[in-house]
Design a protein around this ligand. Sequence first.
Ligand SMILES: Nc1nc2c(c(=O)[nH]1)N[C@H]1C(S)=C(S)[C@@H](COP(=O)(O)O)O[C@H]1N2
Ligand SMILES: [Mo]
Length: 240
Amino acid sequence: MKSLPLNRRKLITRALGFGAIGLLPGCDFDHPNHPDLTDRVLSAMSRWNDEAQATLFDRHTLAPTFPASAITRPARFNAFYDISQAPQVNPGTWQLALTGRIANKTPLTLADLRAMKQESQITRFVCVEGWRVVGQWSGVPLAHVLKAINADTQARYILFHCADGYFTSIDMASAMQPQTIFALDFNGGPLTAPFGAPMRLRIPTKLGYKNPKSIVAMEVTNRFPGGYWENQGYNWFGGS
Ligand SMILES: Nc1nc2c(c(=O)[nH]1)N[C@H]1C(S)=C(S)[C@@H](COP(=O)(O)O)O[C@H]1N2
Ligand SMILES: [Mo]
């Protein structure tokens, strides 16, 4: 995961013909704390790319679904730490804190989510590290949750905070796509700790890093919220 921004940077540097930029006189491009021109071009490109992708995104386009026979076993774990460090969240006391542009900010419990409309999907999960798996996730469509808590669905972003300190955010159109769910079950049983218990976002139109696990808080906001990997150079829109 750590090598991607470098590869991407090389690629974009080459694509833009900026390969010789380090030869320019008087510019300390190699100072580690100094965002060089390539960095700035890269983030400008990435932000432009976010907008292009958001414009192209059609909430009615569905991610492909698969038969049960295609489910990858065993599943594959990934996080910014080892599987043994996965946060242990007590499902009995877990609550989803709600902040920002939401009229009903009463925290949601697992019982609340289990009582809502459930949807199940067998979809492909794609990580930028270069692997993909197929899995079955079930839970509540996020659009349904947003309606139940009377969130401002004209707002631009939704930010998720996780029990391990991870965070990521998505655009509202992607949040309203019907396959975007608050997953409670994975491959036929409740989510386990490594895979995001007790609740994770499953958004099959976006890359793995936009699928936060063990979510503890959600904010609806118009202020650009970024994300753990996104702030280190990963493309923010991160999907199709
Ligand atoms: N809380 C939390 N969520 C996270 C991550 C993380 O480190 N912490 N990693 C992301 C990344 S990069 C990937 S590829 C997927 C991995 O999900 P999986 O373990 O279910 O395969 O979780 C995403 N969500
Ligand atoms: Mo990932």
